[in-house]
Design a protein around this ligand. Structure first.
Ligand code: ATP
Ligand code: MG
Length: 171
């Protein structure tokens, strides 16, 4: 059995890793859709799809999850919610169960006949992309919320200085 998880992963954090491990307790393989793949270089979506693929691949390897267990697929947004599920299915290997706490995602996949499970949230106050980005901008400790390999990728791409530049007002 194959399961699907979709998230923007801006950036990948320990909550994503926890939920992926839980999904792999449930199904043999997980498809991880990198959502809003077309977006980058904004405060809410600072990293490109390619950078997020790199973060996720390295974080899964760091956590001992073999490449045979997952597929990472960037998924651009579409303008119409009614065709989003078909768009996702065009890009992904076949899957049965969808894992999502998002009510729209839940509704759209259920209407298409997929069972949807709501995974528990781990330490959501801190394991959230919004909190990680806030700490990055405030120069607080964001490193403890993400896998070590994600810290390395963000350093390699100079992600913190990118975020600071994006937050600067026009002069
Ligand atoms: P943002 O604050 O930018 O929306 P996020 O932390 O919600 O970031 P997403 O990429 O939007 O991250 O999350 C995708 C999915 O990952 C969520 O719908 C949820 O299923 C799962 N997820 C995110 N954070 C956690 C967490 N702390 N515990 C378990 N699952 C999580
Ligand atoms: Mg979110």
């Amino acid at each position: 059995m194959r399961g699907l998880l979709v998230g923007r992963m801006q950036p990948v954090h320990d909550g994503h890793l926890e939920v992926i491990k839980r999904i792999l307790d449930d199904v043999n393989e997980v498809i991880i859709g990198i959502g809003s793949a077309q977006l980058s270089h904004t405060i809410k979506d600072p990293f490109t799809a390619g950078e997020r693929v790199m973060m996720l691949t390295k974080a899964l390897t760091e956590n001992g999850i073999p490449a045979s267990k997952y597929y990472i697929i960037p998924i651009q947004d579409v303008a119409c919610n009614s065709i989003w599920v078909a768009h996702v299915k065009m890009l992904t290997p076949p899957f049965t169960t969808v894992y999502s706490g998002n009510s729209l995602v839940h509704r759209l996949f259920e209407e298409d006949g997929h069972p949807v499970k709501v995974p528990p949230l781990f330490n959501r106050e801190v394991y959230s992309g919004t909190e990680v980005r806030r700490r990055m901008l405030e120069s607080e400790d964001w490193q403890s919320l993400v896998p070590k390999s994600v810290v390395e990728v963000i350093n390699e791409i100079e992600g913190i200085s990118r975020l600071h530049d994006l937050s600067r007002k026009e002069v």
